[in-house]
Design a binder for this molecule. Structure first.
Ligand code: NAD
Length: 556
């Protein structure tokens, strides 16, 4: 028998005493308990809320049908986002029912690309609190703030400092849309119970002058903290997470790269934490390359990969690729030679004196080149991966050159939101005469070219991190290792069917998110047991355990 995740994932120390039973009004206001019109007549009488709801008692399915209609009549994505946010704040069961019933339709609304728009407008759209906002004024009392979280447990914290929100730059406290959205994906895609999810924004100020000058901006109107003050705030926060919710997983999200690599290095051996932008993207990209190889017939060690961008995403994929190539027989030097990076200042080469520490291991011993087209001609890549946040950098000549050099050029335009994509799906196919093997960070619809329709896949971290988190919870892992992400990548790639590939899709369809997450979770938990990082007794069948532990939106 499978033990419910919520009973076993958190050590006893992190479970706070049962709160007082809620009054009827409190139940109506608590999104985890509210059933709205689905409260039965008996429940209405017992809770003393008779008359506070319309007379008809509805089923969850009836409520979901109405909510779906309401989403669909909203005119634009942001309006749909606002409606769904309000629904989530009122009744989480109903929210997740609607999302799960129409995953493919809802994911682009509750997450990228719409979440980017929502973050830009966050302070203007703001209606009600969700998550914890922690700023410099809370120094010395962060544990107290975390203790104020009105749930008894926390299993996963997603935290941002708003430093690099998607490809939109520094959005300060407006970045809160990201932890909220990512945690919604944990529940929707991997069935992590919503009551275990805690979104946090560390408001360390913002260097975005227009935000600071915006009369509606809700964050601290100060320059972004740096140096010791920043590090001390992070240290206090991380320490407090473990004191208040021992063993809680901490996912670092959308920190700028000056902080992301440093924080990961500092904390990865201390607690169960990971950086999704680096490690999650790394695994997603690697999985995409494995699947693309099944179309091109070229194995991973034979690929030559040109990365446009040398930040968290590209370096994360680069590190995963190098480790995977080594696993397949190349030396580290040989593997690194097959990965070339370009950043905003040009080719990442050893002669550059301006390279940040985290880029150095990837610097190649070769001459600088003037631009991307020159790099394509010189390096002759089989794969072009963009994650530079610069919309349109994969121009027609660049894609045409890739198509000249390769029978099936592999092109990943990973930047989010859609406006930042390095090229669109339509452009990749048109400029390669339909031969590109394409994936993108934000979704693109099917493209028909010369009578042939291709349905490109979304290469998004949401294929990885929800399953990773579930696997960590299942095993009670103390640490997150690179081998876990490598296993997640292989597992995700194995989930791509021949039918997917035949339609030009190198990731599965969104409707299979939970199935994939269960497989990823089992693989990650398996590594946790193998490497001795697990703290929970090992179940006989990890896959069944992962599936059985998933939250299903239904009323108790
Ligand atoms: P980052 O800030 O860490 O890195 C951006 C990199 O791009 C830097 O190295 C910068 O020098 C480089 N760059 C900027 N302009 C350039 C140009 N014109 N040519 C070449 N390089 C240039 O950001 P990141 O975390 O790596 O994210 C980058 C983008 O990737 C964002 O849009 C983000 O949303 C997206 N992303 C997508 C996924 C996904 O799942 N699809 C995952 C992570 C990040």
């Amino acid at each position: 028998m499978v033990t419910p995740l919520r009973e076993k994932t958190v050590s006893p120390a992190s479970v706070r005493p049962d709160p007082e039973p809620l009054s009827g009004i409190q139940c109506l206001r608590d999104p985890l308990r509210n059933k709205g019109t689905a409260f039965t007549r008996d429940e209405r009488a017992r809770l003393d809320i008779d008359g506070l709801l319309p007379p008809r008692v509805e089923t969850l399915e009836e409520q979901a049908a109405r909510a779906l209609e309401n989403v669909r009549v909203k005119t634009g994505p942001l309006e749909k986002y606002r409606y769904l946010s309000a629904l989530q704040a009122e009744n989480e069961t109903l929210f997740y029912r609607v999302v799960l019933d129409r995953l493919e339709e809802m994911l682009p609304i509750i997450y990228t690309p719409t979440v980017g728009e929502a973050c830009v407008e966050w302070s203007r759209l703001y209606e009600r609190p969700r998550g914890l906002y922690i700023s410099a004024q809370h120094r010395g009392r962060i544990a107290g703030l975390l203790g104020r979280w009105p749930r008894r447990r926390a299993g996963i914290i997603v935290v941002t400092d708003g430093g690099r929100i998607l490809g939109l730059g520094d959005l300060g406290a407006n970045g809160m849309g990201i932890p909220i959205g990512k945690l919604a994906l944990y529940t929707a895609c991997a069935g992590v119970p919503p009551e275990l999810c805690l979104p946090v924004t560390l408001d360390v100020g913002t260097d975005n002058a227009s935000l600071r000058g915006d009369r509606f901006y809700l964050g601290e109107r100060q320059a972004r903290m740096t140096g010791n003050a920043y590090d001390a705030l992070l240290e206090e926060f991380v320490t407090a997470t473990q004191a208040v919710f021992p063993g809680v997983i901490v996912q670092f999200e959308d920190f700028n790269n000056a902080c992301a690599f440093r924080l990961l290095q500092r904390y990865r051996d201390r607690l169960c934490c990971f950086n999704d932008d680096v490690q999650g993207t790394g695994a997603m990209g690697l999985a995409g390359l494995y699947a693309a190889g099944r179309i091109t017939g070229r194995g991973l060690p034979a690929q030559r990969i040109l990365f446009v961008g040398a930040g968290e995403a590209c370096l994360g994929i680069g590190a995963s690729v190098v480790a995977a190539m080594q696993r397949e027989g190349l030396s580290e030097v040989e593997a690194r030679e097959r990965c070339l990076f370009i950043d905003s200042r040009g080719l990442v080469v050893a002669s550059r004196s301006d390279l940040a520490e985290h880029k150095r291991p990837f610097a190649q011993d070769r001459s600088a080149l003037p631009d991307l087209p020159a790099a394509v001609e010189d390096f002759r890549p089989t794969v072009l991966i963009g994650a530079c946040g610069q919309g349109g950098v994969f121009t027609q000549p660049v894609i045409e050159a890739m198509a000249r050099l390769n029978e099936r050029p592999v092109v990943f335009a990973l930047s989010n939101p859609t406006s930042k994509a390095e090229c669109t799906a339509g452009q990749a196919y048109a400029w390669s005469s339909g031969r590109a093997v394409f994936a993108s960070g934000s979704p693109f619809g099917p493209v028909t070219l010369a009578g042939c329709t291709r349905a490109p896949a979304q290469g998004n971290n949401s294929w990885i991190f929800p399953g990773v988190g579930l696997g960590l919870l299942l095993s009670g892992a103390r640490h997150v290792t690179d081998e876990m992400f490598q296993a997640a990548a292989r597992t995700l790639a194995a989930q791509v069917s021949q039918a997917d590939l035949d339609q030009g899709r190198i990731f599965p369809v969104a409707a299979r998110m939970r199935e994939v997450a269960a497989a990823v979770a089992a693989a990650v938990a398996g590594i946790a047991y193998e490497q001795g990082h697990a703290t929970k007794p090992q179940p006989r069948n990890l896959h069944a355990e992962a599936t059985g532990a998933m939250y299903t939106p239904r009323y108790a």
